[in-house]
Write a protein that binds this ligand. Sequence first.
Ligand SMILES: Cc1ncc(COP(=O)(O)O)c(C=O)c1O
Length: 407
Amino acid sequence: MLSLDLDYVRKQFPAFSTPSLEGQAFFENAGGSYMCQPVIDRFARYFEQRKVQPYYAFAASKEAGMEMDLAHVRLASYLNVPADEVMFGPSTSENTYVLAQAFAGRMSVGDVIIVSGQEHEANSGVWRRLEDKGITIRIWEVDPDDGRLHIETLLPLLDDRTRLVAMTHCSNVVGEINPVRKVADITHEAGALLLIDGVSYCPHGFPDVDALGADIYLFSTYKTYGPHQGVMTIRRSARPMLEPQAHYFNRDIPSKWMVPAGPDHAQVAASNGMMDYFDALDAYHGGAEDQGRPRRIETLFREAEKTNLAPMLEYISARNDLRLIGPADPEIRAPTVAFVSARMSSQDIARKLADHGIMAGGGEYYAVRVLEKMGIDAADGAVRLSFVHYTSREEINQALTALDAIL
Ligand SMILES: Cc1ncc(COP(=O)(O)O)c(C=O)c1O
């Protein structure tokens, strides 16, 4: 297989040829990625030609509806699930909020939900609040030294009252790619469902949700080169555990039953642009057929990212004044690299990085609980350098040179 052609990749993102961004190395991708050209093109066409109520008989409306339906089908195919298991909602935080109401409607007092301590608040607070309804919440705590989750500490939490385990595929500060398949097997053996927050994983390649074994898989397309919305995959087998949250007459419609309000039509339609990009990228790199495309894209991304991740992890690990959050092994983590300094505040470092043309975050990233568990002051937070496949080695060097000058 060919390795990623970065020139080709960067031509698909107008941000890389925008004068105001020239010289600015983008390291806040875990907050939201750049948008690829096909998504922008589809937005423009939708707003210019199809901005009408979809699914009626007139041509513009039919085309709008068809474009939305196509997004469902193509996204489902990338995730390896049937199209009627994919739904769009405004964001992952809103999707978990709705799902929590849905689970609460079908749970009894004393039922148990296990929530990992590594979560972004979007996949934590909504479950914890169900305690008010008599649901027992158990926390699968992280290792306070490095923020990692260990299966041995999950096992004693599971019992026959457990209905749900909520965990992240990859934390937005710890960065480790968690062993979802293993957790799915253990969870299912206990008779519970597994809900996975895939927001920080999906920018690095859409996963095979069927192979992962997650019953519910969530992510946000504004971090995967697309529009600002959330995607929910709910396997058919999980439906009996969920009370529909749509208008009563929409409760049997696959694209609507878990969505209280109408989706943003233009965003759903424009989501096709992500798959346009992935399809073209695969074809450019020699992918001759649709079969196997998502795995080839995931491998292309992962190999390119790991090559850049290794020197960054080495640099941070080698410094005595820096504490890396999460594992130092590029094989088991995504290129979302957070750290704190023993000498300087994270906010100061982030500000100084900006002076060196590094667009990076300093803060808690709504992952307050895991930072606090690790003894990190959430008010100052951590510095986060997060990147994706389109990041160049020159940009990695620019970030490391800037850190050298600042620290
Ligand atoms: C790991 C993770 N989960 C969930 C979310 C929330 O996603 P959304 O902004 O779509 O609500 C984020 C956002 O940063 C995140 O990083």
